[in-house]
Design a protein around this ligand. Structure first.
Ligand code: RIB
Length: 294
């Protein structure tokens, strides 16, 4: 089984602020750091650091060549990353506040100009039983999902960041959903619902394995036979960027090894380590670090 993450690569401009800038307000940030990022990039690194042979597909400009190099240094195969000589790599403006929370403004750049020819040529290297992992930061995902399904690939979708396009995609083709409580509420169009009800209703609606992450309240898992709740590890958060991406990478690694209970525990622990460090990519732990903390 080969694992392909087809997703975004970003340059993250992370500003340290006291509070998030408000409408009409101008504030001076305390610090600016530039990190590699993008949900596709982060999840590929997390999958590889968790120990899974990972292929990443996507598109960058020449300003993003360092992202490709970092993937290679982390044992991610980059044969399917295209480089545009004229377009700019996607970027993210991230505000990180004094409580460790963040808010993110994206510029799609090359993440939004991926062609169907590129998608077809990547998929031609994969076969039935392989896994395609997607987030929602690249264009034409519906096409990619349909073609992958036709080839018999399993589809994992992390519908993040959530927007109106998600519901136009063929969500009935998704084999595993990984989402948080905000995305869950948006998909169900419901507020004031318990997390247990939310995961059950997501199951009823999509009839597919679902993992719902709910921050300090941990994570829920549901499939046809099983339902689990995993408590979160309590830590002092300094930056929550890429915590979800870390959870996704570690969960999938252990899930594919066949142990769901273990997958939830390891993924929760790995993401609790990620929030204690700044940045997206630098915060993602290695499997050795995670096992030391167990
Ligand atoms: O999940 C965190 C990521 O979201 C950041 O690295 C940023 O690039 C955005 O894609």
């Amino acid at each position: 089984m080969k694992v392909l993450c087809f997703g975004s690569l970003n340059i993250d401009y992370t500003y340290q602020v006291d509070h998030f800038v408000q409408k009409g307000e101008t504030i001076l940030s305390k610090d600016l750091q530039v990190f590699p990022g993008g949900k596709g990039f982060n999840q590929s690194i997390a999958l590889a650091r968790a120990g899974l042979k990972t292929y990443m597909a996507g598109k960058i400009g020449t300003d993003g060549l360092f992202l490709k190099k970092l993937l290679e240094e982390n044992n991610v195969n980059t044969d399917f990353i295209k480089v545009s000589a004229v377009e700019k790599t996607g970027n993210a403006i991230i505000q990180n506040d004094k409580d460790g929370d963040n808010c993110i403004l994206l510029y799609g750049g090359t993440n939004q100009t991926i062609t169907r020819e590129h998608m077809d040529s990547v998929l031609s290297a994969f076969e039935k039983g392989d896994v395609l992992i997607l987030q929602n930061e690249i264009n034409d995902m519906g096409y990619l999902m349909e073609k992958a399904h036709e080839k018999g690939l399993k589809i994992v979708l992390n519908p993040s960041p959530m927007d109106e396009k998600i519901e136009q995609y063929p969500l009935d083709l998704v084999d595993i959903f990984l989402l948080n409580e905000v995305e869950g509420a948006q998909l169900l169009k419901k507020k004031d619902i318990s997390f247990e009800e939310m995961i059950s209703e997501l199951w009823d609606k999509y009839n597919t394995t679902t993992i719902l992450t709910v921050g300090e309240k941990g994570a829920y898992y549901k499939d046809q036979q099983m339902f689990f709740h995993q408590e979160a590890y309590v830590v002092k958060a300094v930056d929550t960027t890429a915590a979800g991406d870390t959870f996704t990478g570690y969960f999938l690694k252990e899930y594919f090894s066949g142990n769901i209970r273990n997958a939830l525990q390891i993924a929760s622990l790995a993401s609790s380590i990620a929030v204690t460090r700044k940045g997206a990519y630098p915060s993602i732990p290695t499997m050795e670090e995670v096992k030391e903390r167990l």
